[in-house]
Design a protein around this ligand. Structure first.
Ligand code: NDP
Length: 318
């Protein structure tokens, strides 16, 4: 007995600001979008506390609440939102085949990839305990809450260097925890760090534990991996900037990516190398990684999908 396959015009994979914004635009363009949330419904913002830099919320808003608003808006406009994760894809021919939860296959005329990225963490228990209560993986998002205070940042790449200098403008003192005796960041970025007076670089140093009063962070225990000397840094904020990994593994082999897995889109477009497949948000952006830029690129993807379908229909009916 052959399985009856569901056929949709527009399938959106992922439920962060990019996915929901794509859904809002696709629904209003009558593409009847179906959106699969992925395992972390609402995306990275559900793991933050206050969001103060998203325009339209003059008093700020909690990340989880903001994502509920995105969902409500997408749903009200007619998006079919489903909990489930895409386990594999087959982009060899049109319509595209997308397998959900390793069981259900959907045929899609267009696919919008908005699977986002995940911050890498050190893997300490205390890091998870204080996540959102002093521990953050985004200085641009959360640095503001620590203005005038002392903070630490771990990492030695371009992101860590950039975020350390960003934090140095807001905070009294920034400890930069670097595990080797040198940076990975570009020379120009290192130069900026070393010329910022309130950044103190701790080389050959690793984080042992993040400590607090049970509610918020108040210090970090670090160890020098050459001398084994332990030190407590009195800080209220601990930033992890050791890289992100885009959630694009299932598209490998189909979609063009850079060496770290970020999807490559055509300039000024959300088009990928595969006809009818568009990408937006952090899955294709390793530079800005903000909710507002993800939302903007989700809008682009829906408009590109709508124009692609309209052009195809025009060819068929002409
Ligand atoms: P990277 O992978 O370049 O750097 C990660 C850093 O984190 C490395 O210094 C690494 O140390 C350190 N690290 C990794 N794991 C641990 C750990 N467990 N404990 C302590 N330290 C750890 O990531 P980035 O996010 O910095 O950059 C990603 C890409 O984006 C790069 O290509 C970068 O150039 C680019 N980028 C460019 C920017 C710009 O041009 N303005 C801004 C930001 C990023 P180690 O060096 O010892 O391996």
């Amino acid at each position: 007995m052959s399985e009856e396959l569901e056929h949709v015009k527009c399938l959106i994979i992922g439920s962060g600001p990019a996915g929901y914004t794509a859904a809002i635009y696709a629904a209003r363009a009558d593409l009847k979008p179906v959106l699969y949330t992925g395992m972390l419904a609402g995306g990275q913002l559900t793991q933050t506390t206050e969001v103060e830099n998203y325009p339209g919320y003059p008093e700020g808003i909690l990340g989880p609440e903001m994502m509920q608003n995105f969902e409500k808006q997408a749903s009200r406009l007619g998006t079919d939102i489903r909990f489930g994760y895409v386990s594999s894809v087959d982009f060899a021919s049109l319509p595209h085949k997308v397998v959900v939860d390793e069981s259900k296959t959907i045929l899609a005329d267009t696919v919008i990839i908005s699977t986002g990225a995940s911050a890498k963490w050190l893997g300490l228990e205390s890091e998870q305990k204080y996540n959102g209560f002093g521990v953050s993986a985004c200085a641009v998002c959360d640095g503001f809450f620590f203005r005038g205070q002392d903070v630490a940042i771990v990492g030695a790449g371009d992101t860590a260097a950039e975020e350390a200098t960003y934090l140095a403008k807001l905070c009294r003192k920034v400890y930069m925890i670097v595990r080797r005796d040198e940076f990975r960041a570009s020379k120009a970025m290192v130069h900026r760090v070393l010329n910022t007076p309130n950044i103190e670089v701790l080389y050959n140093t690793e984080t042992k534990e993040i400590m607090g009063d049970g509610q918020v962070v108040n210090s970090v225990k670090v160890i020098n991996n050459q001398t084994n000397e332990e030190t407590n840094l009195d800080v209220s904020g601990f930033f992890v900037a050791i890289g992100h990994h885009p959630n694009t593994e299932i598209f490998r082999g189909w979609i063009n990516m850079d060496e770290t897995g970020y999807i490559i889109t055509k300039p000024d477009s959300s088009e990928t190398n595969i006809e009818g497949v568009f990408a937006c948000g952090d899955a294709q952006d390793h530079i800005y990684r903000q909710a507002i830029t993800a939302a903007g690129s989700g809008c682009m993807a829906a408009i590109d999908a709508e124009r692609y379908l309209a052009a195809k229909e025009h060819v068929v009916t002409a």
